[in-house]
Ligand binder design. Structure first.
Ligand code: GLN
Length: 189
């Protein structure tokens, strides 16, 4: 299996390290042709506006949208989730826009720029995952085809729409690989 990690900006190294720990081959993705041969793609956290500007200029966002619509599995964390979202409140920033959710950037507030919380993900067993939230977006609502895999304070923080999964937190910053393994299962199927 070969997993592409978008290496335009953000914490792609942490995702690559996590995948390497799971003995999965990784490949950095910047250009459309880099998508050749990958079984799935991770879009890391970072700054969604930068990701969007560069990803659009490189033609990567158009290529990704096409491949995702054809069924390529994709996993976005935080800024990665934002660029996957169809609706970004009060923003016309570039996006891939394949995930039917409404996100509100930085909506957990500046005071709490960063916080951690236990997140219960019923599909992953009884032990919660540690959610690391860094200037995270709030998912305000989800469309009909979107499954909410975990919530915090009544707001979705881990969602899935078919071959697309997204978290507003950063599992790659913890030692818990369950969410990455969940994604790898999608890539195998
Ligand atoms: N606040 C960032 C944004 O809106 C996302 C932060 C992150 O990815 N940790 O793009």
């Amino acid at each position: 299996m070969l997993i592409g990690v978008v290496t335009i900006q953000g914490d792609f190294t942490e995702h690559m390290n996590m995948l390497q720990r799971l003995n999965v081959q990784t490949k950095g993705i910047r250009l459309p042709e880099d998508l050749e041969g990958v079984d799935g793609v991770i879009i890391p956290g970072g700054e969604s506006t930068t990701l969007g500007i560069v990803g659009t200029r490189y033609g990567l966002f158009d290529a990704l949208r096409e491949r995702i619509e054809e069924g390529l599995p994709v996993f976005g964390t935080c800024a990665g989730a934002i660029v996957l979202a169809k609706t970004i409140l009060e923003s016309d920033q570039p996006r891939i826009g394949v995930l039917d959710i409404v996100v509100n950037r930085n909506a957990y507030g500046r005071q709490k720029d960063s916080f951690e919380a236990d997140i219960y993900v019923p599909k992953l067993g009884e032990l919660p995952v540690r959610g690391v939230f860094i200037r995270a977006p709030v998912i305000e609502s989800v469309g009909e085809g979107v499954e909410v895999l975990a919530e915090l304070d009544g707001k979705p923080v881990f969602v899935q729409q078919g071959n697309v999964i997204a978290t507003t937190f950063h599992p790659e910053l913890t030692d818990d690989s369950r969410i990455h393994r969940y994604f790898l299962q999608l890539c195998q199927g």
